[in-house]
Design a protein around this ligand. Structure first.
Ligand SMILES: [Zn+2]
Length: 641
């Protein structure tokens, strides 16, 4: 089995790297109030028994939440549920293999809770609990600084609307507590700290069932939770129909984010914000609705817990249904609705035809073959116990697993989405140089995601990879593997440019073989080579000491990372002219040069590391593009002050 936990740790590494840019998405006063709330909630939660198989770890500091979580994971713990920066539940089996970093301590060992009641009765008693997937809001393509920040660290290939495409990696969960202010609807219910704590305990237990399913299958999965209370709305959510929920969601998220927009835009912005703040791959919003003294426990149209298929949110009342529902706890609703976030369909009866066994869904487009709609066994498979069919909190059928992205269609014990590989592309297939000169070979490696087959994205959704390019190595004439360097200083993305400065070699013919490895622990699908010819003559040597074959050009620049100034040296066709531009991560141009290549085939210039106004360019990643002679080069450079 490949090193699945390695991939997990490396995913976390990316998250840590992008964190600095991501904190802006929330007003400062709210961030402070929510920090105090999280710390109180964590102190209450740690007194409750830990979910089965997990052990509480406490952190006494108040460091950045995502960085604290990353530190514990890097130390070798499988953190499955967390309320960073204070409380983390780690799998007991990883506890023995690793030592806690400074400042962390284990909570008391707690007896396992009683197993949850399981029965064939569904949680919804005939109600639909799935709303059709949210259409992409009109603002989906809008660019802004805060949105760009919230989108950093997305899984490779994902965009703003891709907040929960398959249940692998770290999932950031914001639990939101809307509070009616009585201005439109009469105020019937108010939140109390104790009630919020009970919602949090249910979320922890319900989500821990998912991480247990994942742990048994070697799948990296964790949930990191944020709490946000006191989100004012003019409406009393439980007094409204589920069809009217955009009204109070819009109110609550307007106050949360600090600006106005349509409900869909606010939902995706909020989900991306929590995803970015917690350094996660995915983001989900849970709207908890206060109705604790209601006799019916339902919305005005009879709905109880319900979800948007594919995210980014679900809604759950504290009290789901009346006395007839007493067999099921809020934990089970948390567990069930989270599956809908990742595209799992219902299997319970009766339901509308939308969720029948003839439907297929999810990133890998898996049929709903355990459905009892229209009749048990109709789908051609004997009905299996499953949390999407009845109240079976500890059973998840193979079809639901497939729909959330855990399908193992080649039956080798590893989910297909954790078996993707990268491909490596050296810039030149042939390279000629003079022996004794400095030889630098370049290229890029690209992670190859499985295609997104989700029918609700019209089979044209974004193809996304759970993995990143981890390293590139080369061998000279079949010798030992030598690492090539990432041009931007770190392998942390699905697309990486690399350079390799070869050791000194005598004149002759050589074959350089290339391999890229990704965070799934797998080698590139291809292994291309570069034919290197080193001549003894002192004929044209120059920049880089090498001359790419077939009229290609070469660009050297450095240092990167740089404290500011960056020098550029280009070899290209003598007399050719071109344009070189540097952009920042938000796409803004920060520098440009007209480049004229000298009769000897070289050009050189320097960037002072300052933007047009004269101010120092901030630390971060920059994109360089050079167009010359009908060809284009794209490179990345890093300023680090
Ligand atoms: Zn459902």
């Amino acid at each position: 089995m490949p090193c699945v936990s390695c991939g997990f740790v490396r995913l976390v590494k990316i998250a840590a790297f992008v964190l600095t840019a991501s904190v802006a998405a929330m007003p400062a006063a709210r961030a402070e109030a929510d920090g105090a709330l999280a710390s109180e909630a964590a102190r209450a939660l740690v007194l409750a028994p830990a979910p089965s198989g997990l052990r509480a770890v406490w952190y006494g500091g108040s460091d950045d939440p995502a960085a604290t979580l990353d530190r514990l994971e890097r130390a070798g713990f499988r953190v499955e549920i967390s309320l960073p920066p204070s409380l983390f539940y780690v799998r007991e089996s990883t506890r023995r293999a690793a030592a806690l970093p400074a400042g962390f301590s284990f909570g008391a060992s707690a007896p396992a809770g009683a197993p949850a009641a399981a029965s064939d009765a569904d949680l919804f008693q005939g109600r639909d609990d799935v709303r059709p997937p949210l259409a992409p809001p009109a603002t989906a393509g809008t660019r802004s600084a805060s949105r760009a920040a919230a989108m950093q660290g997305l899984p490779f290939g994902a965009r703003w609307i891709d907040t929960s495409e398959f249940m692998i990696g770290r999932v950031a969960v914001a639990i939101l507590f809307p509070e009616s202010d009585g201005s439109t609807d009469p105020n019937r219910y108010d939140w109390t700290p104790a009630l919020r704590d009970s919602v949090l305990r249910s979320a922890v237990r319900g989500l821990a069932r998912w991480t247990s399913f994942a742990a048994r299958r070697g799948i990296p999965l964790s949930f990191a939770i944020e709490l946000h209370a006191g989100l004012a709305t003019r409406y009393e959510p439980i007094s409204r129909t589920s069809g009217e929920e955009d009204l109070w969601i819009q109110d609550a998220l307007t106050g949360f984010l600090g600006y106005k927009s349509d409900a869909g835009t606010l939902e995706y912005d909020a989900a991306n914000g929590v995803r970015s703040r917690l350094g996660a791959q995915w983001g989900v919003l849970i709207f908890a609705v206060q109705d604790d003294s209601s006799s019916t426990g339902q919305f005005a149209d009879g709905a109880i817990s319900h979800a948007r298929l594919g995210g980014p949110f679900f809604v759950t009342p504290v009290k789901n249904g009346g006395s007839a529902f007493q067999g099921a706890s809020l934990d089970s609703y948390m567990e069930h609705e989270m599956a809908h976030m990742f595209w799992a369909l219902d299997e319970h009866f009766p339901s509308t035809g939308w969720w029948s066994c003839s439907l297929t869904t999810g990133y890998l487009n898996i049929q709903n073959s355990n459905s009892v709609v229209p009749a048990a066994g109709y789908c051609g498979f004997p009905p299996a116990q499953c949390l999407m069919k009845g109240n079976y909190p500890d059973s998840v059928c193979v079809f639901t697993q497939g729909q959330i992205g855990w399908a193992d269609r080649d039956l080798n014990g590893i989910p297909d989405l954790l078996e993707t590989r990268a491909t490596v592309f050296p810039d030149s297939a042939e390279f000629h140089a003079v022996a004794g000169s400095t030889i630098i070979l370049r290229g890029h490696a690209l992670e190859f995601p499985l295609g997104n087959q989700n029918p609700y994205h019209f089979f044209a959704g974004d193809s996304i990879s759970a993995a990143i390019v981890d390293s590139v190595v080369y061998r000279i004439n079949g010798g030992p593997a030598i690492p090539a360097l990432a041009v931007d200083g770190v392998y942390d993305s699905g697309r990486e440019y690399f350079s390799a400065t070869l050791p000194s070699l005598p004149p002759g013919e050589y074959v350089i073989d290339w391999d890229a490895w990704n965070s799934n622990g797998l080698k590139s699908a291809n292994n291309p080579s570069t034919a290197l010819t080193l001549s003894a003559s002192s004929a044209p040597a120059g920049l880089g000491g090498g001359q790419p074959a077939v009229g290609a050009m070469s660009l050297r620049f450095g240092p990167t990372p740089s404290l500011g100034p960056v020098r550029f040296a280009l070899r290209a066709r003598p007399g050719s002219r071109g344009l070189c531009i540097v952009h920042d991560v938000q796409g803004r141009e920060v520098a440009r040069w007209l480049v004229t290549v000298s009769p000897s085939g070289t050009a050189s210039w320097m960037w002072s590391g300052r933007v047009a106004s004269g101010a120092a360019a901030p630390s971060g990643l920059y994109f360089l593009s050079l167009e010359i002679d009908g060809a284009a080069l794209k490179r990345r450079l890093v300023i680090f002050r």
